[in-house]
Ligand binder design. Sequence first.
Ligand SMILES: [Zn+2]
Length: 252
Amino acid sequence: MGAALHLAHAHQQPFKERRPKRTGGGNGGEFATIAHRIYQDARADDKARPLLLAFAYAVTMAPLDEETGVWEAVGKALNPSSYKGYLRELVRADVPRYEAPGYRWGADPLDRRCTGPRMRPHPGGDDDFRNRLNICGAPAQDKVVEKMPGTGWHKNHWFCTRHRNDLARVREQVREQNEAAPDPVPNRGGLLPCYFDSDWVRVYRWALGNDQWEPPVYGYIADDWPVPGQDPVPQKDRLRLVLGGGDLDGAE
Ligand SMILES: [Zn+2]
């Protein structure tokens, strides 16, 4: 897609008067502060962290001139030889969204295991999960999704073919609750806007290659999402970045 993106530093005016070009070694103190915050951020995974650090570097430290905007500096910090595809992949991983349980293969040992009632002990002994949880535990093909009243988060109830009756019973039990459940609170992505200010909806649309994408009803900033069982994450000052004209075009 040929969408043109370019992040220009919001402090471009005063910064330009002072120094027409930044030749590197910019505001190291500010970079250190942001980098510290990023390393402390438990929400940042192995894709988000290098992306956030590259942005922090580009905004505070990277040599910038008419040829090299913030986006180019971010991309080159990530991968000097071939950055555009990688940059887009990392931004796509930061798209704010809800990921339901079972989305990541192998993340949950009880994924696709029947939760139907166990009639007699499994020969595996007391420590066997089937006996501990008192569930069937057979590989399961069918599930009922239960939507939590407060968050809209999903809970999967899996059933094997021998426990079809239990599946039907649970499906009926959760029907009203599911109909009343809110949109799920996002639980993935949305970290870039926690640190940097920009036209992020446009950026995420570019990363997805989808001009129709709309942010979650809870907003696209992860700091703004309620986290069940945790104190709300305090709002932090964001570094202001402004999208200008410019060119991250052909960023396939
Ligand atoms: Zn079963």
